[in-house]
Design a protein around this ligand. Structure first.
Ligand code: DMJ
Length: 687
């Protein structure tokens, strides 16, 4: 027989302050024990089970709680993120089994196929590196980067491609690279950056060592571009067009209308399911004069592109790539189709701004009209919420509908007056409920903060240099950068921009930071202090060295720098940072630097980078791929992914760097958004 449960058991355990037991510890202990003994075995088991459960829960939540308390760890563990949000594959979107199904329509003549010198006549006066952000360390096991790695499901959908790929030497290289990667404790971070907690360092080789690792033959059979192409302007421009055509050929054949090409497996991957590469590439084709390709793509936009889809998209990425791409295309061509599409996607993104703080959520369902933050946090990334303004402001300017600019400007207004900045430097996260910065104490010009600084200056320029708060924040931030983040290496006196983590300097620089020389130069060109240009020149040299000192001539995703003269090497690359995603930032800055200085060395540096892309990332049969290891020319490790920004930005900036037509997209008439889509500078200040 089990005794009946005691009615006072609960009160006792809650520690009723009025009870005798509460006031007398000894008596309470005795009384507790007696009462415990009186419980049935079942009751005791149940209580013990609940206590054990509570203990486990407490242990599990301990690291994330302490993480919040003590701020972010020095080891960048907090960058364990994946920049593509939560819904990588939109529901209902399946890979195409047979590439032929996705073949593009026959070319049609689009309107205004001659590239326009400036905005169309009708333009005026029309008219603006997920995450979570701090995931708990309990998840710190290696996980697959859905962006960068081929999905087994999708590969299975295209078995031919897989077996074909297996016979391809490039894929053998890739598999070797993957194996190697699995041995590394790797964490995928914002925009594909890999962060590893305990990383061995890998200094660059000496000149002799470097020679020793040069491959006897090109690792990539597609490396057919002659090494001695004449550096004359027409040849260089044609080489960029060739690169575009080569990439486009594979996109058209294997990924037409899908988000990204997987050039090795001759397949595609979806992110939002909106033809991301196609839209991101439209204005590049226009600028490069690729009329046929442009006409085919326009026809797809007209006949196939629909935003009426039950799909979650990332507000920032959709704004900079799709809204920005459509707006810029409208300005270049005057074609109403692009404006209609821009209005459609712009209004579908608006629900993101419906938050308690007016700081937008990261994700929007463009079909349902709902928005939400990432699953694990109410924070948004700072760069994301402050790098959508050029596009939303332009949309209002053209449509004369203020709702877009009002929402976007409000974010800037809030951030402008927010406490928690450090001499103009901003934390990387902001809470959508409170509107306050979160995870304070970490300052970077790289992933998660980068384009905040870029857009301060560019909005000021877009609006005719009249919005003083933007200028004030920008100038203060650059002073903060100079004071806290700029250092020189010991061995070669290279100037770089490091990071600050709870007052500790970390000599680490993302390749993303290489946007900064261009932005600083743009500011100086617009009348800001001359020392901004001096810093731009120095940082440009460093970004160039990040390519030049690598065996492939391609920059790693992240570089560390030696502060000690005795170290011997300026640039150090950790194993997890050796990948290259075909990013544009260095070429972007080279374009600005050449436009403002006319120094031909910047063109030569860009030319070297194009040669290296052709040698190590060009895939035979079509496409370019991101690679795993910029230190290993014999086995760069193709990743089977061509990011949309390779066509949207990288090749566009190369073309603009090489053209002698310095009025083509003049920097006094256009401001480029952070995805290289040119938008007009307004002739009169915003109202
Ligand atoms: C692009 O989407 C944009 O340039 C963005 O600002 C940063 N990341 C990629 C390119 O690296």
């Amino acid at each position: 027989m089990y005794p009946p449960p005691r009615k006072d058991f609960i009160a006792l355990n809650l520690g009723d302050p009025h009870s005798h037991a509460y006031n007398n510890g000894k008596h309470r202990r005795q009384s507790c024990w007696r009462r415990w003994k009186q419980l049935s075995r079942l009751q005791r088991s149940l209580i013990l089970f609940l206590l054990a459960l509570l203990l486990i829960l407490a242990l599990l939540s301990y690291p994330s709680i302490t993480e919040q308390w003590r701020g972010l760890s020095d080891k960048e563990d907090w960058l364990e993120v994946n920049d593509r949000g939560l819904n990588m594959v939109p529901p209902g979107l399946k890979p195409v089994l047979r590439p032929a199904e996705g073949k593009p329509p026959a070319p049609v003549a689009g309107p205004h196929l001659e590239p326009a010198e400036g905005p169309p006549d009708t333009m005026e006066p029309r008219g603006p590196n997920i995450p979570a952000l701090a995931k708990p360390p309990t998840k710190r096991k290696p996980f697959l980067n859905k962006r960068a790695s081929p999905s087994p499901q999708k590969d299975a959908a295209n078995p031919d491609a897989v077996s074909e790929a297996k016979q391809n030497p490039e894929v053998v290289l890739k598999e070797a690279g993957e194996e190697e990667e699995e041995n590394e404790k790797k964490i995928v971070s914002w925009r594909g950056a890999m962060i590893e907690a305990e990383q061995a360092t890998e200094p660059p080789p000496s000149a002799n060592e470097k020679e020793a690792v040069e491959p006897q033959a090109p690792a990539n059979p597609a490396a057919t571009v002659p090494q001695q192409v004449s550096p004359g302007t027409p040849e260089r421009l044609e080489a960029v067009r060739d690169a575009f055509r080569h990439a486009w050929k594979a996109y058209k054949e294997y990924a037409w209308g899908h988000d990204e090409l997987k050039p090795i497996s001759k397949s595609f991957s979806e992110w939002f399911g909106l033809g991301l590469t196609l839209i991101d590439s439209l204005d590049t084709m226009w600028i490069l004069g690729l009329k046929e390709e442009f006409a085919e793509a326009r026809s797809w936009v007209e006949k196939e592109l629909s935003f009426d889809k039950n799909v979650d998209v990332n507000l920032f990425e959709t704004t900079i790539r799709i809204l920005g791409g459509l707006l810029s295309c409208y300005h270049l061509t005057g074609d109403q189709l692009f404006l209609d599409k821009a209005k459609d996607i712009g209004s579908r993104l608006m629900p993101a701004f419906k938050t308690p703080s007016k700081i937008p959520f990261s994700d929007v369902n463009i079909g349902k009209g709902t928005a939400h933050p990432p699953r694990w946090t109410a924070d948004s990334t700072l760069a994301e919420v402050t790098s959508i303004q050029l596009e939303f402001r332009e949309l209002s300017h053209i449509t004369q509908d203020p709702q877009y600019q009002d929402a976007a400007n409000e974010v800037m207004r809030l951030v402008h007056k927010l406490p928690g900045k450090h001499d103009g430097l901003v934390p990387m996260f902001i809470n959508t409920n409170s509107g306050q910065f979160s995870h304070k104490g970490v300052f970077t010009l790289g992933a998660r903060a980068d384009s905040y600084y870029e857009y301060l200056l560019k909005q000021w320029i877009q609006g005719g240099k009249t919005e003083d708060d933007l200028l004030e924040d920008y100038l203060q931030a650059i002073e903060g950068v100079k004071k806290h983040l700029v250092r020189q290496t010991g061995p070669g006196r290279l100037t770089f921009v490091g990071e600050l983590s709870h007052n500790r300097f970390n000599p680490k620089m993302d390749h993303l930071v290489c946007f900064l020389p261009g932005t600083l130069a743009l500011g100086a060109h617009n009348g800001l202090p001359g020392d901004h240009m001096d810093l731009a020149v120095q940082l440009m040299e460093t970004c160039h060295q990040m390519y030049k000192q690598m065996e492939t001539g391609l920059s790693p995703e992240i570089a560390h720098f030696s502060l000690q003269a005795s170290d011997g090497h300026d640039v150090i690359v950790k194993p997890a940072d050796r990948h290259n995603l075909l990013r544009p930032e260095t070429l972007e800055s080279l374009f600005y630097m050449f436009r403002f200085t006319k120094d031909s060395k910047y063109r030569d540096w860009g030319w070297d980078i194009l040669q290296s892309f052709n040698k190590y990332t060009k895939v035979s049969g079509g496409g370019y791929t991101s690679i795993n290891n910029v230190r290993d020319p014999a086995n760069p490790g193709p990743r089977d992914k061509m990011e949309s920004f390779f066509l949207g930005e990288t090749l566009k900036y190369l073309y603009l760097l090489f053209t002698d037509d310095l009025e083509l997209l003049s920097l006094d008439k256009y401001v480029f958004n952070t995805e290289a889509h040119p938008l007009p500078i307004w002739p009169s200040p915003p109202k």
